[in-house]
Design a binder for this molecule. Structure first.
Ligand code: 2P0
Length: 344
């Protein structure tokens, strides 16, 4: 039996991926860019075993077995990594025939699954990385990211630390749609992320179906596709320059536009709630009070806020959040916050 255990971190996009030009190969309509968070708090931990006696691939997620017979995306990851392993076994007859064995997968998230905290990104990244280790594939991370992408689009970005772009690519076969690291995690140590868990409930509209509804019905999406290339270039420069005001403005604008296209989708998709909007107002008031950018918010496909800020501001921001959105109160808002905050 061969076994491997890996963890993969969550990534939070500052230029959002939303929309596919090919739903089979998972090719996006626009480039995206994310920050990979520290693995200390938000991660997926995945153990896999391959054994001749295993007659099929099986998954246990957070301790409960899931039926993956119709899970095409997981099978994409198994198929692609097995094909590479098979080629190695054909070249070197002494290698164990792992490609013919079934694989059992045990995966755990240490945060709410499917609540808009990028659990599919870390989960599929951990699976693909674990398979590459198990099969001892001589493959670089960008090539591996093309396989992770076929499990879940945003998973391709979680194979790298630091600041990561997912390039849409031009080819119809997806061969150039991959993740690349813009800068390593050591590049901007002053930048921190605070994850505010507003709700740990499963989201109402999955990202996969929500983004296709947007593509089919939102006229505003055309405007988004027009502005994203300029934002990608400006965001990349802001990161390379460690220019927090530029990073903050672009991050908030892109989050707002992403939620605007959700609202423009017909019927509309609501991911933010009153608490999310309260946090948006608080961050703008905080920045205005200081006459500059002290913090930036971003929201994915759920109500939970991620606040990026230089380390020196984080203590004050946490106090503000706790003051205006006290945790543990008997309110209908179901608010609590991650503690301690993320440092990457
Ligand atoms: C992102 N999101 O860039 C954006 C922002 C949600 C909002 O990537 O269908 O779970 O598996 O490719 O990767 C969520 O989309 O969707 C996502 P699939 P995925 O992080």
């Amino acid at each position: 039996m061969a076994s491997v255990t890996c963890t993969a971190p969550v990534n939070i996009a500052v230029i959002k991926y939303w929309g596919k030009r090919d739903t089979e190969l998972i090719l996006p309509t626009n480039d995206s860019l994310s920050v990979t968070l520290s693995q200390d708090i938000l991660h997926s931990k995945t153990s896999i075993s391959a054994q001749a006696e295993f007659d099929q691939d099986r998954l246990w997620l957070n301790g409960k077995e899931e039926d993956i017979t119709k899970n095409k995306r997981m099978h994409n990851c198994f198929r692609e990594t097995r094909a590479l392993r098979r080629a190695m076994e054909e070249q070197d007859g002494s290698l164990p025939k792992l490609s013919t064995f079934g694989v059992h997968v045990c995966s755990e998230n240490n945060f709410p699954t499917a609540a808009g905290l990028a659990s599919s990104a870390s989960g599929l990244a951990a699976l693909v990385f674990a398979l590459a280790q198990l099969y001892k594939l001589p493959i670089d991370m960008s090539d591996l990211s093309r396989i992770a992408r076929q499990g879940s689009g945003s998973a391709c970005r979680s194979l790298f630390g630091g600041f990561v772009a997912w390039e849409t690519g031009k080819e119809d076969d997806g061969s150039d749609s991959r993740a690349v690291q813009i800068a390593p995690d050591t590049h901007w140590p002053e930048l921190e992320a605070l994850v505010c868990v507003v709700s740990d409930k499963k989201k109402g509209t999955s990202s996969t179906s929500g983004m296709q509804q947007t593509i089919e019905s939102s006229p505003l999406m055309q405007e988004r596709l027009r502005v994203v290339p300029g934002r990608m270039a400006a965001m990349t420069q802001a990161i390379l320059d460690r220019d927090f005001p530029a990073f903050a403005e672009l991050t908030m604008q892109d989050s707002n536009q992403f939620h605007s296209v959700c609202l423009d989708t017909y019927p509309p998709i609501f991911y933010l709630n009153d608490t999310s909007r309260g946090i948006i107002q608080l961050i703008h008031a905080y920045n205005k009070l200081h006459g500059g950018y002290k913090a930036a918010y971003t929201f994915d496909a759920g109500p939970n806020a991620v606040i990026y800020a230089p380390k020196e501001n984080m203590k004050e921001i946490i106090q503000l959040i706790h003051h205006y959105f006290p945790a543990g109160q008997d309110t209908p808002r179901d608010v609590y916050f991650s503690d301690p905050y993320q440092v990457f």
